[in-house]
Design a protein around this ligand. Structure first.
Ligand code: SF4
Length: 333
């Protein structure tokens, strides 16, 4: 049995033991002093004021308008000039304008109890959204990530009921990527009451504003740190300015939640990606779990890329794993 008393997921385990609330429940019990029809600028000001005191103790109470309601209202405004992710398409998705991810209303491709995640988080009630902010040429879920029409819309209150009926250790928001669905996810949480940690399972290409909305609602950031430089990110995921955005959001996540960082070792990317990522984590983040993953297999368009068209060799994975061990990273089992 792992001793979790002082580990990287200490808060997560104390929620599971019933010793503390998940962040989103706390967020529902903090009142805000603003009319929700105020300007977006005024809403943000009130939001930031209230978030300043978020981690202080306070009385849990029934409130008329909560901090979570305020976050939902801000997300509704953001979707009208969509800037949930760093592509900043500025389209009005409410009016049917599609941005890079093409997501309009949130659609859920599948939901199930996942037993294949890290030991700390299984069983995990995993909700897969269709659509993604990235276009990874080797995506293993490309049929849903690159097809925003996959799956179906589920009313937030119905999904909240589905969450309440599941036996799991957490709710795991993923895709594709959950980022285009941030407003919808907050709306689902408004209807939830379960004492379950919320897991944000993402490529972390969010804007600073989206990161602020996540603060106080998510408990664990399960991040997918893919590339050690901008060239590989642009060539293989069509994502610009990757390193600056992803390292920034990892720093923010470490301040506002607990973290499990995943790194899928890609064939032929040990020097350019795996090593710089693992070194950066070792230098900049304390008390995080790291999962160095071996399960790369060529999928989708990977066969068109010389570096990615073959499976990962065991020796190559071992080099990445040994490198992480030498850095004394806290590796998942
Ligand atoms: S979430 Fe989609 S529409 Fe919004 S900024 Fe990102 S890619 Fe564009």
């Amino acid at each position: 049995m792992i001793n979790q008393e002082d580990g990287p997921l200490k808060m997560y385990f104390s929620i599971l033991e019933g010793k503390r609330q998940p962040n989103y429940l706390k967020c529902k019990s903090i009142p805000v002093d603003i009319a929700l029809n105020s300007s977006e600028e005024e809403l943000w000001k009130e939001h930031d004021d209230k978030m300043n005191g978020f981690y202080r103790n306070h009385r849990c109470e029934e409130v008329k308008t909560s901090l979570l309601d305020l976050k939902i209202e801000i997300a509704k405004r953001m979707v009208m000039h969509c800037s949930f992710c760093e592509r900043k398409c500025r389209v009005n998705r409410m009016e049917g304008e599609r941005g890079h991810c093409s997501v309009l209303k949130s659609r859920i491709a599948s939901d199930f109890i996942h037993w294949g995640e890290e030991p700390e988080i299984v069983p995990s009630y995993t909700i897969f959204f269709s659509g993604c902010t990235f276009n990874c040429v080797y995506c293993q879920n490309w049929d849903i990530s690159q097809n925003p029409h996959a799956g179906k819309y589920i009313k937030p209150q119905i999904l909240a009921e589905m969450i309440g009926a599941k036996i799991a250790r957490n709710v795991n928001w993923v895709g594709g990527d959950p980022t285009p669905n941030l407003g919808y996810i907050l709306d689902v949480l408004r209807h939830c009451q379960v004492n379950l940690p919320q897991v944000w399972n993402s490529n972390m290409y969010l804007t600073k504003e989206s990161m602020k909305l996540l603060k106080g609602t998510m408990d664990v950031y399960l991040t997918d740190f893919k590339y050690g430089n901008d060239d590989c990110a642009k060539r293989l995921s069509n994502a610009g300015n990757y390193w600056e955005i992803i390292t920034r959001n990892h720093m923010i996540s470490s301040e506002q939640g607990e973290m499990i960082i995943r790194h899928l070792v890609l064939p032929n990317h040990l020097e350019c990606c795996s090593k710089p990522i693992l070194q950066w984590i070792s230098k900049n983040l304390k008390n995080v779990k790291v999962n160095v993953m071996a399960q790369y297999r060529p999928e989708h368009k990977a066969f068109e890329y010389d570096d990615l068209k073959h499976r990962l060799k065991y020796e190559e994975f071992l080099k990445a794993y040994r490198f992480a061990e030498a850095l004394k990273l806290d590796l998942t089992e």
